[in-house]
Design a protein around this ligand. Structure first.
Ligand code: FAD
Length: 295
């Protein structure tokens, strides 16, 4: 089955998409979005330099029609989801988002309603656009690097004036093995310093609930949940987070959730393997002390 991956040059995400693509094609083709060295080997590798261009959907659709791709794989990230919708419209093709399982017989599983339900589908005929949820497929090892051919996107009718790259420090949330997330219970922007200190001791990343982001204490890029990032760390500390369903949707694949909340009836305890009921201002310094003693 002719398969096309569309993704940035991020080797971890591409590795996951290649793992899915290889179920249907020994060497799937790829369109890499933006700059960066592309790892792995592909049947054909194209590059679209301007990922925010207004014509990207129609340029990709033209390639897909010309080459006869039947399966189009993107990641269920902001970039993948942003392109998948317009692309499906340009192609007049069905789209399934947040895919968590796929069989060689094209049976497809995806999560719904912020991971509260699972739906199963069977594809009869392509082309089909899929966005693949991160961390559900073990990334394929990508050996070597691929040469790409520029894919023309045609004259733009909209000019991009400015692109500001999000500031990033430390491990990206999507790749972190340990995440320390603060919610509205943290009380102030400066109080996140203690969570950053704790995360730093375990090479972890700091996340935020929407409550904390709405308060302006953390940037939107740190938000975890249905309308934020989907994460899958080994250990997830939820500090001063109530555990609303929209937040839990972002951590459905976290292995061990540790909740620290002063309300022993907070919903987060239903998802947590370990719970510490108390004021985080007392609990977190004690955890930091223990981590330092055991370092
Ligand atoms: C369409 C939609 C999409 C959404 N998407 C998201 C999303 O992606 N991510 C997300 O997080 N939310 C999302 N939300 C919002 C969500 O419903 C909740 O409002 C939000 O998660 C609440 O954030 P919070 O838990 O930090 O705050 P709160 O609900 O205010 O909870 C704060 C918690 O802190 C505890 N606390 C207070 N002080 C302390 C202390 N000193 N020590 C310990 N604990 C303390 C309290 O007991 C409480 O449980 C979405 C909502 C909608 C409608």
């Amino acid at each position: 089955m002719k398969t096309l991956i569309i993704e940035t040059a991020n080797p971890k995400i591409v590795g996951e998409l290649v793992a899915v693509g290889r179920l249907f094609s020994a060497t799937p083709d790829i369109v890499v979005l933006g700059p960066g060295e592309l790892s792995g080997s592909y049947g054909a590798a194209y590059r679209v330099a301007d990922t925010l261009g207004a014509n990207i959907g129609s340029a990709l659709a033209e390639l897909i029609r010309k080459e006869g791709y039947e399966l189009i794989l993107l990641s269920a990230t902001a970039i993948g989801a942003g392109i998948a919708g317009p692309l499906a419209v340009c192609l007049g093709a069905p789209i399934l988002s947040e895919v968590t399982g796929i069989g060689t017989d094209l049976s497809i599983e995806r999560s719904l309603y912020g991971s509260k339900a699972v739906a199963n589908y069977k594809l009869e005929a392509g082309p089909l656009v899929l966005t693949i949820k991160r961390k559900y497929f073990e990334a394929a090892v990508l050996e070597g690097s691929a040469t790409t051919i520029d894919l023309p996107v045609g004259p733009q009718r909209i000019t991009l004036l400015e692109e500001i790259e999000e500031e990033r420090q430390g491990v990206p949330l999507e790749d972190a093995e340990v995440i320390v997330t603060g919610g509205r219970g943290i009380g102030a922007a400066e109080n996140f310093a203690i969570l950053k200190e704790m995360a730093g001791l375990v090479n972890g990343a700091v996340g935020a609930s929407r409550g904390a982001v709405d308060e302006g204490w953390m940037p939107p890029g740190a938000q975890i949940g249905q309308t934020g990032k989907i994460v899958a760390p080994s250990v997830y500390f939820a500090v001063g987070v109530s555990g609303a369903s929209q937040h839990l949707a972002g951590i459905s694949n976290a292995k061990c959730v540790v909740a620290i909340n002063k309300d022993n009836e907070a919903n987060i305890y239903k998802r947590a393997r370990f719970g510490i009921v108390g004021d985080y201002k007392k609990v977190v310094p004690a955890l930091i002390k223990a981590l330092k003693e055991n370092a």
